[in-house]
Design a protein around this ligand. Structure first.
Ligand code: SF4
Length: 280
């Protein structure tokens, strides 16, 4: 296929995205999100470009979820926080988005958020994923059984939903590991997350996932986003996501998807992958 033919198809895909946002039924519309994110990352006049990119990712997911999720499919209810007792990782844009949202509470000495956060966070320092899971320590953002930062919560949390409360309680009690989840939500999360990763990689920015609580403690500092953008590795001491051998197939597929999105979003030849190629 010629470059001009690829560009014509891409133009149509991007138009589709501009009209209706990301559409999981035509998942290549995520090319439009990749391009929008790259535009944000490349706008060096914007000192909030990482958190702004995080906000766009959440907005994109929410809009797609409103249109494409099945209503009443989930057993999730406000005040049920069983799933918020394990380790969550966030990318840099997600960390700065959360930091932006909690900064006022964090800096207010009269507000209990910072004290509670730090007390809870201290318990989890240095724990492995398995130890964190076994310890059932609540996410430091969970207050009174609910996410206190529902609006800017990470993509993983947004897409996580259970169809069965009993399964959640069994997971919490570590007697089962199977949560029936919405396949559509998980698929949308994976593609949007791959789109964010593709945009970060395109711009040669850090795409590592970092432990949520520790990353937030660093990112919440006033000026942290500017220092990170200036090249300071402020997350150097934060535990990164670890890739495990058991999930190597999943990681391989994700990497293939990211590479396909990086090429496709700019009309280039797409490397071999099981998801997308330009029509012959
Ligand atoms: S960020 Fe919110 S939704 Fe996510 S684990 Fe923490 S409390 Fe739960």
């Amino acid at each position: 296929m010629s470059r001009d033919q690829r560009r014509a198809i891409l133009k149509d895909i991007v138009k589709d995205y501009q009209r209706g946002g990301f559409n999981p039924d035509r998942f290549v519309t995520v090319f439009g999100l990749v391009r929008d994110l790259v535009d944000i990352f490349e706008d060096t006049r914007n000192p909030k470009r990482m958190s702004d990119a995080g906000a766009l990712v959440m907005k994109t997911y929410d809009a797609a979820a409103r249109k494409h999720s099945t209503p009443n499919e989930l057993a999730c209810k406000k005040g049920c926080g069983y799933c918020c007792h394990t380790r969550v990782t966030v990318t840099v844009p997600e960390a700065f988005l959360l930091a932006r949202a909690v900064r006022a509470q964090w800096e207010d000495p009269a507000h209990p958020f910072k004290g509670r956060f730090q007390a809870q966070e201290t318990v989890t320092r240095g724990l492995s994923v398995a130890e964190r899971f076994a310890g059932r320590t609540a996410c430091p953002i969970l207050l009174d059984g609910s996410c206190s930062q529902y609006e800017p919560r990470p993509l993983t949390c947004r897409a996580y939903g259970s169809k069965n409360l009993v399964a959640c309680i069994e997971l919490y009690n570590q007697v089962s590991h199977n949560i029936p989840q919405s396949q559509t939500s998980q698929m949308m999360r994976s593609i949007i997350f791959a789109g964010l990763t593709a945009a970060l990689k395109h711009c040669k920015l850090d795409s590592t996932g970092y432990e949520l609580g520790h990353a937030l403690t660093v990112a919440v500092d006033r000026g942290a986003e500017a220092r990170w953008l200036a090249g300071e590795n402020i997350f150097a001491d934060v535990a990164p996501e670890v890739r495990t051998a058991e999930r190597s197939e999943g990681h391989k597929s994700f990497d293939e998807l990211v590479n396909a999105l990086m090429a496709g979003a700019y009309g280039k030849d797409i490397p071999p992958n099981p998801y997308f190629t330009w029509p012959a």
